[in-house]
Write a protein that binds this ligand. Structure first.
Ligand code: SF4
Length: 233
């Protein structure tokens, strides 16, 4: 941590390694974020992350752990805890914390074990469905610090499998995981982005609200003309 004294004001600048402050649209979702993996095997055809991370879609869809990620996260966690950081750290923007590869490495569980006991707040945003439930035991120990969110894009499974071609869970499974998280006392919310088909997004919004599962975020219509045609006709 670097400290700069200027008369009676103390400026602090954190030297974080893997936790960062998202900018732009991502900043509306989370104050802080971290990506444990390089790439994501959920294979969403609408994913912007390959372009952002400058990878081909093929390479991006074959994920691997980021180099020394837990060691770096541990260093960041100590620094953030020393600062009494209250902002929540979101997992993740450029990968999914409960993509299939996490079954092998379980980095998300290790990350939670680092952050939660240090008093830091964590938000999970996932399409992993039941795969994410394996860490509910940990999250439930820290209900004041843990938030669970699911991304819902398609209510019609035929479209979901067409546009989410990898290992993402069916929409119903994601809603079931949300229900369990909610029942455990975790704060829950739903991301409706991207909106490919407004009819399906509105249906998902209605269902999330009906079940009082979550506050709903997102909803900007982003579908390219070609996708809109395919979906609505
Ligand atoms: S889950 Fe998110 S990061 Fe993973 S492929 Fe889909 S949009 Fe991209």
């Amino acid at each position: 941590m670097k400290r700069f004294n200027d008369s009676d004001v103390v400026y602090m600048s954190m030297t974080l390694k893997v936790v960062y402050e998202p900018r732009g649209k991502a900043g509306e979702y989370a104050d802080l974020a971290c990506n444990l993996y390089a790439g994501c095997d959920h294979g969403c055809t609408y994913c912007y992350a390959p372009a952002v991370t400058r990878r081909t879609r093929e390479t991006f869809n074959s994920p691997h752990p980021r180099a020394r990620i837990l060691e770096k996260l541990l260093s960041d966690a100590d620094e953030l805890a020393e600062q009494n950081e209250r902002r929540s750290i979101l997992f993740s923007f450029t990968c999914d914390p409960y993509q299939k590869v996490d079954e092998r490495y379980q980095l998300t569980r290790e990350a939670l074990k680092i952050l939660l006991p240090r008093g830091l707040n964590v938000t999970i945003l996932t399409k992993g469905g039941a795969r994410s439930e394996r860490d509910f035991d940990l999250l439930a120990q820290y209900p004041e610090q843990a938030t669970y969110a699911a991304t819902l894009v398609f209510s019609d499974e035929r479209y979901r499998t067409r546009y989410e071609t990898g290992t993402a869970a069916p929409t119903e499974e994601r809603i079931a995981a949300l229900r369990k998280a909610h029942a455990l006392g975790l704060k829950t919310w739903v991301s409706l982005e991207p909106v490919y088909d407004p009819v399906q997004s509105l249906e998902l919004r209605r269902r999330s609200k009906d079940h009082r599962l979550a506050t709903v975020r997102g909803g900007r219509y982003r579908a390219p003309r070609i996708a809109r045609k395919r979906l609505l006709h």
